[in-house]
Ligand binder design. Structure first.
Ligand code: S3P
Length: 176
């Protein structure tokens, strides 16, 4: 396995804040798939969804993951919440590194995302039903994609990072 940690999970699960601190603590490079896609496309995620639709965005995610297979090492990658949905992406993520699913309860997720204006999949009516429907489909996918599941409710970013580092150190130690 390459020396990468890949964070997956639903929108609002803390992938970016955990990823940034984790990378800092490990002295790894930090990458965020959404930001990389926005930089490459020269447009925000919202604009990409509006102009070209979700499938086009998923294609960009797949392309990015394929490119990373040969270029990414000693990095923490925070992924967009839909990254593991395609079977092929799930496989690529697992080949890229140690996949950690940051799992938040529905209650916490709703609390964190209410009022969000930036995420195209949450726009419109029936916010809670939308989250509920997406979670029902996605939780089994995240669980299947993950090497490790971390429950994040009631934990600080520091605590989550410490938990991941403990796991990662044990794994890296076994490889030596
Ligand atoms: C998405 C999550 C977003 C972003 C896009 C689609 C999803 O990323 O990739 O809006 O399908 O769950 P975050 O999980 O960082 O919000």
């Amino acid at each position: 396995m390459k020396h990468n940690i890949v964070l997956i999970g639903f929108m609002g699960s803390g992938k970016s804040s955990v990823g940034e601190l984790l990378a800092k603590r490990l002295s790894y490079k930090f990458c965020d798939s959404d930001r990389l896609i926005e930089n490459k496309a020269g447009q925000t995620i919202s604009r990409i969804f509006d102009s070209y639709g979700e499938e086009y965005f998923r294609d960009l995610e797949s392309k990015l993951l394929e490119e990373m297979q040969t270029s990414l090492d000693y990095a923490v990658l925070s992924t967009g919440g839909g990254m593991p949905l395609r079977e092929k992406n799930m496989q690529l993520l697992r080949e890229l590194g140690y996949v950690v699913y940051l799992k938040a309860s529905k209650k916490t997720t709703i609390k964190r995302l209410r009022g969000d204006r930036t995420r195209p999949l949450l726009k419109g009516e029936d916010f809670e039903q939308r989250v509920d429907r997406l979670l029902t489909v996605r939780i089994p996918i995240y669980e299947k994609a993950a090497h490790k599941i971390i429950e994040t409710d009631d934990k600080t970013v520091n605590e989550i990072v410490a938990e991941i580092i403990e796991e990662w150190t044990a794994i890296a130690g076994k490889e030596d």
